[in-house]
Design a protein around this ligand. Structure first.
Ligand code: ING
Length: 311
């Protein structure tokens, strides 16, 4: 019996700084209704889907910074998402800025949650690869201060049995690091959900700007193929508070082929019927880790006699 999961990738256009949570949630609900009408089992929203991408600004006032965070999930503004999802019988994956009091201290993460068709939160991931910088760098046309506003994720790369398969989550820059997919692949991940906010221009390397869209699909298609997994990549895109962010949302098959791709720079739902059993064709042959992978060969190179130590 084939295991088909119909997935909606809910790309978002720009979210302005002045847009309220309620206004954004209305956009998310519109896409959720489109997804339900299209027969989706699951809808995937981008990274930090509730607010504008605030790490583009240098802020010092913690109270101002914390306005971009959610202290509870669901909270008053996001509860309608959970209620509607339960009513429609659709799961969702939502990226947001998480502020949580744990063991007597305040922690802030770039997080994403996975919610099943009964609106139960079944999984959470906190972004590990935080790009950019921690201090104000006025030379930049805009900042990228994720290292300042978020802690490194402390949940590892968990995989979850849900929607009749094995699912994992990544966030934005994680998708550029092959080991992030591989840690999920080693857990048997059959579908990896990820959202992103990616400026076209990267101040430290402007010579890469013209390749932003190519690199976006390159890393997701590679991650999918090399782990025999579906990959769902969802953008928050367009000119957001003056910064052009790439679109390119895509649903990618375990072959590495793009099964569905966005064609706009705004709110757009793309849908694909994803057969999780297509993953077997790769996980039981070319990427049969048990048969072909040589884990001891990947031991840190410094442990080997006479090895050239990393820089
Ligand atoms: N954004 C970017 C990403 O990895 C970035 C950071 C921007 C990398 C431009 C390279 C070029 O897609 C986030 N939020 O990680």
């Amino acid at each position: 019996m084939t295991r088909i999961v119909t997935v909606g990738a809910a790309q978002l256009g720009p979210i302005s700084r002045s847009e309220s949570r309620q206004q954004v949630v209305r956009r998310l609900l519109e896409l959720m209704h489109q997804a339900k009408a299209a027969g989706c089992d699951l809808i995937v929203y981008p990274e930090l889907a509730l607010t504008t991408f605030f790490p583009r600004w240098y802020m010092e006032d913690q109270a101002e910074i914390d306005l971009f965070f959610e202290r509870e999930m669901p909270g008053a503004a996001t509860r309608p998402l959970f209620d509607e999802a339960a009513k429609l019988g659709i799961g969702f994956c939502l990226g947001y800025a998480e502020l949580i009091e744990e063991s007597g201290r305040t922690n802030r993460f770039n997080a994403t949650i996975l919610v099943d068709k009964q609106a139960r939160a079944v999984g959470k991931y906190r972004k590990v690869h935080l790009p950019g910088h921690a201090e104000h760098e006025p030379w930049r046309a805009f900042q990228h201060l994720e290292k300042r506003y978020f802690e490194i994720g402390n949940l590892g790369f968990p995989a979850y049995r849900v929607f009749d398969g094995i699912f994992g989550m990544l966030i934005c820059n994680d998708r550029r690091w092959p080991e992030a997919y591989r840690v999920l692949g080693l857990q048997g991940a059959e579908m990896i959900l990820l959202g992103y906010n990616t400026p076209v221009h990267n101040p430290p390397s402007p010579e890469h700007d013209n390749l932003a869209n190519f690199h976006n699909h390159l890393v997701m298609q590679s991650g999918a193929y090399q782990n025999g997994s579906w990959v769902v990549g969802v953008a928050k895109c367009g000119k957001e508070e003056g910064v052009e962010q790439i679109a390119g949302s895509a649903i990618i098959a375990p072959s590495g082929e793009i099964a569905a791709a966005a064609v706009t720079q705004g709110d757009e739902l793309i849908v694909a019927r994803c057969d999780l059993d297509l993953t077997r064709s790769y996980k039981t042959t070319i990427f049969n880790f048990a048969q072909h992978r040589v884990p001891e060969a990947y031991r840190p190179i410094v442990e080997r006699k006479g090895a050239v130590p990393p820089p």
